[in-house]
Design a binder for this molecule. Structure first.
Ligand code: AMP
Ligand code: FE
Ligand code: FE
Ligand code: ZN
Length: 281
């Protein structure tokens, strides 16, 4: 596995369960050559991850998974190698994190009517300063004995179509793609064919983002079946952009294993060649 490249993972800086350092160490021990840390809407794990990467010999791509919306669709945009100080993009990340916090509090308020859960229980499951999400609420429900695993909470009370769901502000995808490029970063749409997560973004809507700077589509991902992987790869080829593959590892919070899907070396090289906001560590 010495050439394995995994470009999508989460730490305790968002909704993963490994600290950024633990994650990089685990990736090195798994035999990955390259790992990208892509926490939701934050770069707060970057420094710790970089320190460990320098010691363990694995290459680290610093990134984030941005919550964006496009024609009413909720989309996750992976952004790699962008300058974390770029002002406008940083302000958008801050606004999304603040909206996430507000939304989580509102969801807990609704859940508290029917389940033994308080905001303090959720805070206890969240690393200080982390980007808060439904997985932290799920962890509080597990701790309270309401459900057995995050999965169960998502299938029941945290479902996007359920009575406790509250949406949160996301930045417009076109703005996100432009700002990521302006910050020297490389934007790639995460799991664009994941039908389980809700409605799938139509091809024409994806195509619109290419002239704005979209660099690629994540084709190989656990949430894509073989047909979806083929479809996404064919679309990327047609649009002349890259096709990546990644685990979307969340530690013990999800079943996804480090390196279970990977990105081809040639694709990785092309992606890195487009990034100038921060170097690969
Ligand atoms: P949020 O961003 O707060 O709306 O929460 C969505 C996040 O929850 C996604 O980034 C996933 O990582 C995570 N998630 C979605 N479904 C599940 C599930 N069934 N089990 C565990 N985590 C999940
Ligand atoms: Fe997540
Ligand atoms: Fe995602
Ligand atoms: Zn993710």
């Amino acid at each position: 596995m010495s050439s394995a490249i995994d470009l999508h993972t989460h730490s305790t800086a968002s909704d993963g369960t490994d600290s950024p350092g633990q994650l990089v160490r685990a990736a090195a021990e798994t035999g990955l050559e390259v790992v990208a840390l892509t926490d939701h809407d934050t770069t707060s794990g970057w420094a710790e991850a970089a320190d460990v990467a320098r010691e363990s010999g694995i290459r680290l791509v610093r990134g984030a998974e941005l919550s964006v919306s496009h024609h009413g669709y909720s989309v996750h945009l992976l952004a790699y190698l962008f300058d974390p100080e770029a002002t406008e993009l940083r302000e958008h990340r801050r606004a999304i994190r603040s909206a996430r916090l507000d939304r989580a509090r509102r969801m807990v308020g609704l859940l508290a009517r029917d389940f033994p859960i308080t905001w303090e229980d959720v805070a206890a499951q969240t690393t200080e300063g982390a980007s808060v999400g439904r997985p932290h609420i799920a962890d509080a429900l597990v701790a309270a004995g309401v459900v057995g695993h995050r999965d169960e909470a998502f299938a029941a009370m945290l479902s996007g179509s359920g009575p406790y769901y509250v949406p949160h502000y996301s930045m417009p995808a076109a703005t996100a793609v432009r700002l990521v490029r302006e910050a020297g970063g490389v934007p790639v749409i995460a799991h664009p064919g994941a039908a389980l997560r809700g409605r799938v973004l139509p091809d024409v809507a994806i195509a619109e983002l290419v002239p704005l700077g979209l660099a690629g589509l994540e084709a190989d991902h656990r949430d894509h079946d073989d047909a979806a992987r083929r479809r996404v790869r064919a679309l990327a080829d047609r649009l002349g952009i890259l096709s990546t593959g990644s685990s979307d590892y969340h530690g013990t919070g999800k079943h996804n294993l480090l390196g279970e899907n990977t990105t081809a070396r040639s694709v990785y090289d092309a992606l890195v060649a487009q990034g100038s906001g921060v170097p690969v560590v």
